[in-house]
Design a protein around this ligand. Structure first.
Ligand SMILES: Cc1cc2nc3c(=O)[nH]c(=O)nc-3n(C[C@H](O)[C@H](O)[C@H](O)COP(=O)(O)OP(=O)(O)OC[C@H]3O[C@@H](n4cnc5c(N)ncnc54)[C@H](O)[C@@H]3O)c2cc1C
Length: 520
C-alpha cells in the first residue's frame, strides 16, 4: 500500500526515523511496518512560536516498496535533423532547445552575449570600471538573466506546464535534488553557471549548435512565414521556425519587431526600489527570535498591500543576498538582487514595487506601443550618477523616504559600486513614491520591525517584467502577424521568472514540433 499524507515535524527533531514514526502514526500502523518514505514537498511553517517542517510524504507499507532513483532524460542525436532557430540562450531558449532535441529537431541557438566564462569578465568590469557592455552583462549572455540570478525556482503558475519536469532537468545538470521537494526551491548564483554550462554540453553532445556574440538584427521572410534571422554582420541563419526568446531587456528587438509590423502592445509592469535590511533582523522577525539555536535557512518574506487602489508588493526577495548593478545600457542605473546557494551574506534584499500601467503616464502616450518602455528607460537614465559617471546607486534610509527628507548618512550595504544619498521620494514619480511611503508603514503591521531607519532603499528596481507584449495566437503560440515566429519567455510578455520562462520555451518547442509533423 502507498498513502500520501501531510505531517508537521518540529525542526529540532527532523530525521528520517522521526518522519517515519510520525507517518506511521497518521497511517495507523507500527513504525516497523513502514517499508519506506519519500518526501514530496517540504516547507517551513514559522507562523507561530514553534517552527515546524510541513511535509507531504508518500508512505510505503504492506507489499509496497520504494523504487530506486528515476530514469534520466534521453535525447536523440539531431545534427542532421531540420534546424530550428532559437534566439536567446536564457531559460526560455535553453529549455526550448532541449525540448526541440526531444522532438528530433536541431536547435541552432543564436546568442548576442558570451558563454558563461566570457561573461564573468564583463560582469567584473561593471565593478572595476563602471562599464556596461550592452551585449554582455547581468541580463545578456549564456543562461540569460537566469545565470547570475538568485536562482529561486518558484512559480505561481502551474497551469501552463509541468514545473517538476523543469526542476528535474536542473537536477540532471547539477542542481541539488532538494529543489524537487522544497516548496521554495533555490539554486544560488555560485552554482548556476556550471549548470548552464552542463546544459550546453547536453545540447551540443546531441547535435545542437550555439553561436555566441551573434546579435539578431533582422528576420528573413518567405511566403508570409519567417524563414530565418540575420545577425549584426549580415550572416543569415535559416530554419524551419524561429523561437524568439530574447528576454524583457532586449529593447532593440521590440524596435525591430515594430519596424517589421509585428504586433506588440504596452504591458503593465512594476517599478520601485530594492530594500536592504540586515538578514539578522529579518530572521528575528520571521523566526520569532529562534534562528540562532536552530539550523534554519535565512528567512524570507513576501509582502503585498493595496494603496490608492493599486498593489504595492515585494518582488524577488533574496535572503542572505546581495544587490547588483543590472543595467543593460550605458548611462543607466538598474539594481537587482541575487544570492549564493548558502544564502549567507549578512544582508537581505527585496524589490518593493508599484504596478504601472499606461494610464499612469499619459505624458508618454506619444510613444504609442513603447509608452511603458520609454518611461522605464528614461527613469533608469535619471538614476544614473551623471557627475561621477559611476554605478553608484541613489539611496535613502527607509524612515527618511517615508518622511520625505534626505538621509545624512546611510547604513552599510552589499551593493559594491557604492551608494549615493539621494531624495528617492522626489526621484520616483509621485504616484509610485506616495504609495510606497504608505506601504512601508503598512508592512510594519505585518512584520513588526520592518519599518526601520536601518533599512536602505536603493534605486532603481525597474526590470520586474516586460513593459511590452508580443501578441501571439493563444492556440499556435505564433505571432499573430507572421507564421513560424514563436515569441516566448519573459520578453514575449507571457512569462515571468526562470521556471515559467522555461515552461514557455518548452511549450513553444512543442508547437514547432506539431507544425513540423503537419509538414509545416
Ligand atoms: C540579478 C537577477 C536576479 C534574478 N533572480 C531571479 C530568481 O531568483 N528567480 C527567478 O525566477 N527569476 C529571477 N530573475 C529573472 C529571471 O532571470 C528571468 O525571468 C528569466 O531569465 C527570463 O528568461 P528568458 O529566457 O525569457 O529571458 P532572458 O533570461 O532575459 O534571456 C534572454 C536572452 O536573449 C539574448 N538576446 C537578447 N537579444 C538578443 C538578440 N538580438 N540576439 C541574440 N540574443 C539576444 C540575451 O542575451 C539573453 O541571453 C532574476 C533576474 C536578474 C537579472
Amino acid at each position: 500500500m502507498i498513502s500520501t499524507i501531510d505531517i508537521k515535524v518540529p525542526v529540532q527533531i527532523f530525521s528520517n526515523d522521526e518522519i517515519k514514526a510520525a507517518a506511521a502514526k497518521v497511517v495507523g500502523i507500527k513504525s516497523s511496518a513502514v517499508n519506506g518514505i519519500h518526501i514530496l514537498r517540504r516547507s517551513i511553517d514559522a507562523r507561530r512560536g514553534d517552527i515546524l517542517y510541513q511535509l507531504k510524504v508518500l508512505v510505503y507499507y504492506g507489499d509496497s516498496y520504494m523504487e530506486d532513483g528515476c530514469e534520466s532524460t534521453q535525447y536523440p542525436y539531431v545534427k542532421n535533423s531540420p534546424p530550428v532557430i532559437v534566439v536567446g540562450a536564457g531559460p526560455a531558449g535553453l529549455f526550448a532547445a532541449l525540448q526541440l532535441i526531444k522532438h528530433n529537431l536541431k536547435p541552432v541557438i543564436i546568442e548576442r552575449g558570451k558563454d558563461v566564462h566570457g561573461r564573468k569578465a564583463d560582469i567584473a568590469d561593471l565593478y572595476r570600471k563602471s562599464l556596461v557592455n550592452p551585449d554582455s552583462n547581468y541580463s545578456f549572455g549564456e543562461g540569460g538573466a537566469g545565470t547570475f540570478s538568485d536562482g529561486k525556482l518558484y512559480t505561481r503558475s502551474t497551469k501552463r506546464g509541468n514545473v517538476t519536469d523543469v526542476l528535474k532537468i536542473f537536477v540532471e545538470h547539477g542542481a541539488d535534488e532538494d529543489i524537487i521537494v522544497d516548496a521554495h526551491p533555490h539554486i544560488g548564483t555560485d552554482k548556476l553557471p556550471k549548470i548552464i554550462e552542463n546544459i550546453r554540453k547536453t545540447i551540443t553532445a546531441h547535435g545542437g549548435e550555439y553561436h555566441f556574440d551573434t546579435k539578431v538584427c533582422d528576420f528573413t521572410v518567405k511566403s508570409g512565414a519567417v524563414s530565418g534571422v540575420v545577425d549584426q554582420h549580415g550572416n543569415k541563419f535559416e530554419g524551419a521556425a524561429v523561437i524568439l526568446a530574447t528576454g524583457h531587456s532586449a529593447r532593440d528587438i521590440y524596435n525591430m519587431l515594430s519596424a517589421s509590423e509585428i504586433t506588440i502592445e504596452p504591458k503593465d509592469f512594476a517599478i520601485g526600489v530594492r530594500v536592504e535590511h540586515k538578514q539578522s533582523l529579518i530572521d528575528k522577525i520571521q523566526y520569532h527570535g529562534n534562528k540562532p539555536e536552530l539550523d534554519l535557512p535565512a528567512a524570507t518574506y513576501s509582502l503585498v498591500t493595496q494603496v490608492g487602489g493599486r498593489g504595492v508588493f515585494s518582488f524577488c526577495m533574496c535572503p542572505g543576498g546581495i544587490i547588483v548593478p543590472a543595467a543593460t545600457e550605458a548611462n543607466s542605473l538598474v539594481v537587482n538582487g541575487m544570492s549564493n546557494s548558502k544564502r549567507n551574506s549578512p544582508y537581505s534584499n527585496a524589490g518593493i514595487v508599484v504596478s504601472v500601467g499606461s494610464t499612469d503616464i499619459p505624458e508618454y502616450s506619444q510613444y504609442g506601443v513603447f509608452q511603458n518602455m520609454i518611461f522605464q528607460q528614461e527613469l533608469e537614465k535619471s538614476f544614473f550618477d551623471k557627475d561621477g559617471r559611476t554605478l553608484k546607486a541613489p539611496a535613502q534610509r527607509m524612515t527618511d523616504f517615508v518622511k520625505g527628507k534626505m538621509s545624512t548618512d546611510l547604513p552599510e550595504t552589499s551593493y559594491l559600486p557604492g551608494l549615493k544619498t539621494s531624495p528617492l521620494h522626489k526621484m520616483l514619480p509621485i504616484f509610485i513614491a506616495h504609495r510606497m511611503q504608505q506601504a512601508f508603514i503598512k508592512f510594519d503591521d505585518k512584520m513588526r520591525g520592518y519599518y526601520t531607519k536601518d533599512a536602505t532603499l536603493i534605486g532603481l528596481e525597474s526590470r520586474t517584467s516586460s513593459p511590452v507584449r508580443i501578441v501571439r495566437n493563444n492556440e499556435t503560440l505564433e505571432s499573430i502577424n507572421i507564421k513560424r515566429l514563436f515569441p516566448c519567455g519573459e520578453g514575449a510578455g507571457y512569462a515571468g521568472g526562470i521556471v515559467s520562462s522555461a515552461i514557455d520555451g518548452i511549450n513553444a518547442a512543442d508547437k514547432v514540433s506539431e507544425l513540423y509533423s503537419n509538414n509545416l
